[in-house]
Design a protein around this ligand. Sequence first.
Ligand code: GLU
Length: 490
Amino acid sequence: MGEFRLRFAPSPTGYLHIGGLRTALYNFLFARANDGKFILRIEDTDRTRFVEGAIESLINSLKWAGIDYDEGVFLDDSGNIIEKGDYGPYIQSERQEKGIYGEYVDKLLESGHAYHCFCSKDRLDHLREHQKADGLIPRYDGLCKSVSLEEARKRVADGEEYVIRLKLPTNTDIVVNDLVKGKIVINTSDMDDQVLIKSDGFPTYHFAVVVDDHLMGITHIVRGDEWLPSTPKHVYLYEAFGWEAPVFVHLPTVLNKERKKLSKRNDDVSVDDFIEQGYLNEGLVNYLALVGWSPEGNEEILDMENLIKEFSFERVSKTGGIFDRDKLNWVNSHYIKNLDDERLGEYLKPYLIKDNLIDDNYPSEKLNLLASTFKDSLDRFMDISEQSRFLFEDEVEITEEDAKEYVSKDHVSELAEAFKEELNSVEEVDSEFAKKVMKNIQKKTGIKGKNLFMPVRAMLTGMVHGPELVNVIELLGKEKILKRLDSFIK
Ligand code: GLU
């Protein structure tokens, strides 16, 4: 085998699915590790499922994830779809327009590997119903197989509607060798004469995928295992054309914790969902790589460079990879901790604005301080609002239990008073003040340790645990602290 060539071939039916991103990632990792080429092809032969803007959205999601490719479909600087590479076009509807599929199906018709089928929808519906009623797996009964090519061409010329079907040999074993799933043998008596060209003249996925993978020189087909049952048809098509089949690699389905396929109704499935919730591209990609694959050592934090180094199909698991949100959060929090304050602050700002906690003019020093204060407790950016809300609200509430334990004692009023005095001695609260104030209160009141810190924290935040008190004091500022202390001064 010469240079390895891999492709990701999504259908533009909406957003990029999280399982699709993992498929793209494994293709990319293998291509990069082997100095191969990676190609993005768009499979849009099912025109009824085409969604406007889906191609752009797919490309943007891949870009966000840091998955780049060498050939195929790209966006230019103005966001227009363009194509690059020597094997184009890379959009199947354009290949259809060029007559590529027609040309190749003719070869199969000539060689007797395909035939025209003129059966009406009615007939096929009936057939299916009868087969079902008899407990059989519905499939085409081969009625039109005996129509000669000559006669078929006449009927086509006369305007009869038709599809073109693959002509499978009878009682023949088809062998699929899959790098992950192993050897699979299926007999043609258990297979259907697959439609290759539909009545609208468009190829089916099965036909287009084989023709394109061959013409684009694809050496490895890496895709989700929902395509495994279709692979024998593809293998037979390669045989019928006399082409060498690529290596097949079918990846285990991404499952939720209940071991069910991710569903839009119960799970986040679109990459955009994860972006919106504030997962970092590095975090999501690192975690996704581990859903259905594991590196040789125990290390689970692997950036793209290390993933490329470590990745191999041998360590891809045969059965479903579980998408575990807790683990994703853990991996993502690792990448958040590695961000510098300024960068994290920029990421957090839109979430805080959206939740009406700050506005666009919130000072950048405070944003940086906020970022550094919550850096260690954030799994994703979205959580910043819930975690930091107490800083922005006018009043804080203490639970009855905490109030009894921490702010009902006699010395609390004295503490509040001392804090207020400290505040009144300065123009505003800065980091200098924040660092010293607790010491000063301690000196003034003689109260220290738990008796000092817990009540102050409770008065200022409504909680008895939380982020660094010095930071909280600075973030709250003079006005807010004064207000919060007031209700504790007798
Ligand atoms: N267009 C198919 C999809 O949307 C691609 C399957 C394949 O990779 O062969 O999943």
